[in-house]
Design a protein around this ligand. Structure first.
Ligand code: G4P
Length: 532
């Protein structure tokens, strides 16, 4: 039987935002609507507090909670919604980037007062790289913030995407009356409501109806009509295809903490967001309705108990049907594996499942077989592309403090890198280990975990690098010349690709100018092109 019905039901997406914009609150409200949780507060604990940079117990606790909430699945309006959680803390941005390879669309939360912030821009770059469809939710309308039109301009300008409002706010802060749902032609009236889950919705299809004046006031009604007229003049009609191709982002307004505009967002999401999409491999494009099972690992989570080394690998299913206790190809290792206890994440409970479909994420217990990016499939062997590494921003050389434990240290580092905690670069002579991360927190996590899980002690010595660039060229002679000139700044990554560690952006620019025959890649995504 074909899996078409199951596939058509699935909606797999991620919620992204700059910290504090309201991602956790919105996630929680969506789960309330989906009946996946009964009260607020269940997701809240998943946040790594901004102050907790040195609190290892806190990190450990968070790791535990974040396994449970890494994927949250629930049914709503006949759809199975899979929300893939992305860490808000900027030091875990890499994790978020990888998770974005496993979603089919994204909801981006923006704080009406702060507008587009730096982390939002970076996250959006990743979405653009993959043409991921994006819906924007402008949050905290119960507070004063930027004017809606200015905000839309800012979104287009900084996020480099066209926007199309599908709802429109009536006032904000103390004067916030609600939103007009352009998409459904309804007036949603605001009343602060932190617990209930229904909005006061008035269906008014005729904008000139005096009913609107009676409900929100004559001045407000006049302003609303005027603004809606401008919207129709300035923004092109919403077209689902341009949203699906990642060119246009529909915009909604609301207040997550007040449960306002959330159901409207969820309803629209169910109508317009994409069902599971195919993924590129080194051989061909694999579509969800291909009969043979395939999937890839986008996240690995270590077990909290150091006595049990097993980990959970998160597998996104791309095609076919995944079945428990069935042998599949582990393509990179060239061996067959089966999984007696695959888990799903319905309604926050982890439970063993017998089968899963494209768009689903299953947790596989792993004793060290998986690396991020690995492919599992049946039949013809191929590998999924598309989990690039980004240049780290902080570099440290790892020094072993206990020579008797160098084996443990090597093993620990290798496994932590497989989990994607950080990136390892090897420098010659002496095979020195340079660890690169996007945040300071990772170094604390690494030394803590090396000590507690592998019994190895290390220390980090700062190395003054600005960026790591993967380099490629067809000109072997130039490459040799470059290698001789820059030997001190060269290293290899985990796959033995050559990497240039530039000390400053100026030196990187100079190298690019001096060696036009060489391409300096800021992400490891070039491997995808090479493999094509
Ligand atoms: P994040 O995951 O994106 O980091 O944000 P989170 O949901 O934790 O929200 C950050 C803060 O913004 C929280 O306040 C939250 O209550 C508040 N918030 C979320 N949505 C709205 C909204 O629509 N209006 C207003 N006024 N505030 C909102 P906090 O003080 O940090 O936490 P808490 O003590 O309220 O839990």
């Amino acid at each position: 039987m074909s899996n078409a019905i199951e596939i058509a039901k699935r909606r797999t997406f991620g919620i992204i935002s700059h910290p504090d914009a309201g991602k956790t609150t919105l996630t929680e409200k969506l789960l309330l609507f989906g009946g996946a949780i009964q009260s607020a507060g269940a997701v809240k604990n998943n946040k790594i507090k901004k102050t907790a940079t040195s609190d290892f117990m806190e990190i450990e606790k968070q790791r535990g909670i974040s396994v449970a909430t890494s994927v949250m699945a629930f049914n709503y309006n006949g759809k199975q919604i899979n929300i893939l959680d992305t860490p808000g803390h900027k030091d875990f941005a890499e994790d978020t980037f990888r998770t974005l390879t496993a979603v089919d669309s994204v909801i981006l939360v923006i704080d009406v007062a702060s507008g587009v912030e730096s982390q939002t821009e970076r996250l959006m770059e990743v979405c653009r790289m993959r043409n991921t469809p994006v819906i924007i939710f402008i949050n905290k309308l119960d507070r004063d913030g930027k004017e809606a039109f200015d905000l839309l301009d800012e979104l287009e300008d900084k996020l480099k995407i066209k926007v199309r409002p599908l709802s429109w706010p009536i006032g904000m802060g103390d004067r916030f009356k609600g939103v007009y749902n352009i998409y459904k032609k309804e007036l949603n009236l605001f009343s602060p409501n932190k617990t209930g889950i229904s909005d006061d919705v008035q269906s008014i299809s005729d904008l000139n109806s005096t009913e609107i004046d009676e409900i929100i006031g004559t001045d407000e009604a006049a302003e609303l009509r005027e603004e809606l007229e401008i919207i129709e003049g300035v923004y092109t009609e919403f077209d689902r295809e341009t949203y699906l191709s990642g060119e246009v982002a529909p915009v909604f307004f609301g207040s997550a903490v007040n449960n306002f505009g959330v159901q409207e967002l969820l309803n629209a999401f169910c109508e317009i967001s994409p069902s599971p999409r195919g993924r590129e491999t080194d051989l061909k494009m694999v579509e969800p309705d291909d009969n043979k099972f395939s999937g890839f690992v986008f996240k690995i989570h270590a077990n909290l108990d150091p006595k049990h080394r097993d980990r959970i690998a998160f597998l996104r299913i791309v095609s076919g049907k995944f079945e428990r206790n069935t042998f599949y190809n582990h393509v990179r290792l060239g061996k067959k594996l089966k999984f007696p206890n695959p888990t799903s994440f319905m309604a926050q409970d982890k439970s063993v499942i017998d089968e899963a479909y494209p768009g689903d994420v299953v947790g596989l217990y792993d004793s060290g077989n998986f690396k991020i990016g690995d492919t599992l499939n049946e039949g013809e062997q191929f590998m999924f592309k598309g989990i690039p590494s980004f240049s780290p921003e902080i570099f440290m050389e790892l020094e072993n403090l206990d020579p008797m434990k160098s084996k443990q240290l090597d093993k620990g580092i290798r496994q932590l890198m497989d989990e994607g905690v950080a990136q390892l670069f090897i420098q010659q002579p002496g095979s020195r280990k340079i660890i690169g991360t996007v945040g300071q927190l990772q170094f604390e996590v690494i030394s803590y975990r090396l000590e507690h899980e592998y019994g190895a002690k290390c220390r980090f010595v700062p190395r003054n690098f600005h960026k790591a660039c993967w380099i490629t060229t067809d000109d072997i002679a130039k490459l040799e010349e470059f290698k001789r000139a820059k030997a001190r700044y060269l290293a290899t990554d985990k796959d033995d690709n050559l990497v240039f560690l530039a000390e400053t952006s100026f030196l990187l620019q100079t190298a690019e100018q001096d060696y036009p025959e060489i391409t300096f890649h800021k992400t490891s995504a070039f491997k995808l092109e090479v493999a094509k």
